[in-house]
Design a protein around this ligand. Structure first.
Ligand code: NAP
Ligand code: GDP
Length: 321
């Protein structure tokens, strides 16, 4: 029997994994989805107590301090310290508990800022990350170093995945914290429902920054399926990028247009260039994934945006906002 502990099991990716296990769970698997109420992973004793309670054989490690560009810019020290503590506690406790595999989550935003494109898995440590999110980036990069060190010293099979930007149901919509898609969904919903005499066609939606930066976005349910495949079939300690194709990259302005379409918003969209753009692009290659899993089909971006907007409208009361 495999007992799989998902840290960060109450978040965007954790909830998607929980959804996917409903149809793709194997008969010999038991899954536990832990949130911070089940134990504060910045605290070693609480981490050990969680592992003693669950007795996992494998771990999918998603728990992290997570946030969009503006949250990162204001809190680099907290992103660094909190994530370093969580990652050290989880990896060391997994080692001491004899877990046979740990899959941890990095991100394409931790790659060097000044680089050639497309970015691939060999380039994680090639140069400094973008200054906006260096705290998060260096903490995440250390997971890869720890994975190699646990393998060298104890033969542990600790590996990592590198997703591009993620979106889907159960995202974090809090304005001061959110990434671009949940942030825009929250703000556009508010604008559409604002109690004012202005007609919808006169309402103005503001894109933060120039709208020009480019991003690859993966639907959380696609990522969940890929993480399950990594747990079961990917045997290397080296990271693997889990991203849509390079051709699927879209501009932030296009994202605003897709969200407007999903809401059927008829007003204007403008850009506020006084706000930061962050990294212009972080185009990542999924060639390694494609070589190992050639038939995987990613969900259509527009349809997934529509599902995410519909989920937000239906679950407005309970959404994290
Ligand atoms: P999320 O929705 O913000 O969820 C974060 C999860 O971590 C929640 O379950 C939260 O628990 C848990 N957590 C945070 N601090 C904790 C602590 N001290 N102790 C225990 N649990 C704690 O994040 P996500 O978007 O699903 O991210 C999942 C992983 O993907 C992260 O490792 C993130 O770095 C990575 N990633 C995310 C993106 C993206 O665009 N979102 C892109 C690339 C990589 P509670 O909610 O119960 O407090
Ligand atoms: P990043 O991919 O790590 O840079 O993080 P984000 O998802 O937070 O931001 C991506 C891009 O979207 C940046 O260029 C932001 O300036 C832009 N953006 C536009 N509107 C918003 C918004 O409402 N929230 C956030 N977080 N970013 C926005």
């Amino acid at each position: 029997m495999e007992k799989i502990l998902v840290t960060g099991g109450t978040g965007l990716v954790g909830k998607a994994l929980e959804e996917v296990t409903k149809t793709e769970k194997q008969i010999n698997e038991v899954w536990y989805f832990a949130g911070s109420k089940d134990g504060d992973l910045t605290n070693l004793e609480e981490t050990e107590a969680l592992f003693q309670r669950i007795k996992p054989t494998c771990v999918i490690h998603l728990a992290a301090m997570v946030g969009g560009l503006f949250h990162n810019m204001n809190n680099n020290l907290d992103f660094l310290r909190e994530n370093m503590k969580i990652n050290d506690n989880v990896l060391h406790t997994a080692y001491k508990s004899n877990c046979s595999k740990v899959v941890s989550c990095l991100s394409t935003c931790i790659f060097p800022d000044k680089t050639t494109y497309p970015i691939d898995e060999t380039m994680v440590h090639n140069g400094p990350p973008h200054p906006s999110n260096y705290g998060y980036s260096y903490a995440k990069r250390m997971i890869d170093i720890a994975n190699q060190a646990y393998h060298d010293k104890y033969g542990c099979k600790f590996t990592s995945v590198v997703p591009c930007n993620i979106f889907g149901p159960y995202d974090n919509y809090k304005p001061e914290v959110s990434h671009v898609i949940p942030g825009m969904i929250h703000r556009m919903h508010k604008l559409i429902n604002s109690d004012t005499d202005i007609s919808e066609s006169e309402k103005v939606f503001t894109v933060f920054g120039s709208g020009k930066p480019l991003r690859q976005f993966i639907y959380s349910l696609d990522l969940a399926r890929l993480i399950m495949w990594v747990l079961r079939s990917y045997e290397s300690v080296q990271p693997i990028i889990l991203s849509v194709d390079e051709a699927q990259e879209v501009s932030i302005y296009q994202v605003a247009e897709s969200i407007a379409k999903a809401f059927n918003f008829k007003g204007k969209i403008v850009c506020d260039t006084t706000k930061a753009d962050g990294q212009y692009k972080k185009t990542a290659s999924n060639a390694k994934l494609r070589s190992l899993l050639p038939d995987f089909k990613f969900s259509d971006f527009e349809k997934s945006i529509k599902s995410s907007v519909d989920w937000y409208i239906e679950n407005y009361e309970n959404a994290r906002k």
